[in-house]
Design a protein around this ligand. Sequence first.
Ligand code: HEM
Ligand code: MG
Length: 237
Amino acid sequence: NAHKWLAPSSTDSRGPCPGLNTLANHGFLPRNGKNITVEMILDAIHQGFNVDPTSDVIRLAAKLGLLTTDNLAMSLEELALHGTLEHDVSLSRSDVFPDGSGDNIHFNETVFTTLAQANPGSDVYNVTSAAATMDKRLALDKIENPGLTNTVKEFFIRAVESSFYLSVMGDPIKGVAKKEFVQIFFREERLPIAEGWTRPTSLITTDLLGNLVGQIQESSHWSPSGEVVCPWIRLQP
Ligand code: HEM
Ligand code: MG
């Protein structure tokens, strides 16, 4: 099976995105995680997750990925360039910290605790729990990293990423996903096919994602904080 899950080798490139790492671990993206083009990403997200390859948000994300490298194609690790797409207050990775001492690439179970323990008493995550998880991560991270960046830009990207795990691992219309599937996706960067997950049957469009992002943002009690008040984007390495 061409799309069997295989753990990456020590020379394969993996990065801060559990979605793209998963696609590489299943061979929807090159398993070495290198020389990845915008078209390869659009193809892979469609084949693997049934995300609309014509979606403007997805296309924007894929194109921004190219800013993280001086080459004309990206590696998964290069995507960790702080301030292009990578941001503080991730769900499953540490901040890089102002002195560069943090690991913003690899899965971190301590950071992931907040999402792992969210929505107690239920088997699923939903838009409300996703928003509460974002709020709690921010509160905890402010203690850990007082210099963190938290503008509307980071808030928007974080809400999009929450809409991603709810939709690709669950029901993209309702925004409800089984905890078990989401946790396997983050911890193992594997499609939980053996556990009963199937590729979403409806195309995950910008409209569906935007609807979930809106609900997540409405339910969150977010406000901006820190020294950096104006959103900015790093244009090159
Ligand atoms: C982060 C899923 C597409 C680049 C994330 C996160 C999730 C996710 C859930 C949050 C991780 C965390 O907070 O710990 C997905 C899914 C995708 C997808 C399911 C398929 C539709 C993309 C694309 C790009 C991208 C097209 C651009 C090339 C990133 C980067 C991060 C990230 C750089 C790190 C942000 C951070 O947490 O600091 N992704 N993603 N992703 N994604 Fe993706
Ligand atoms: Mg991050």
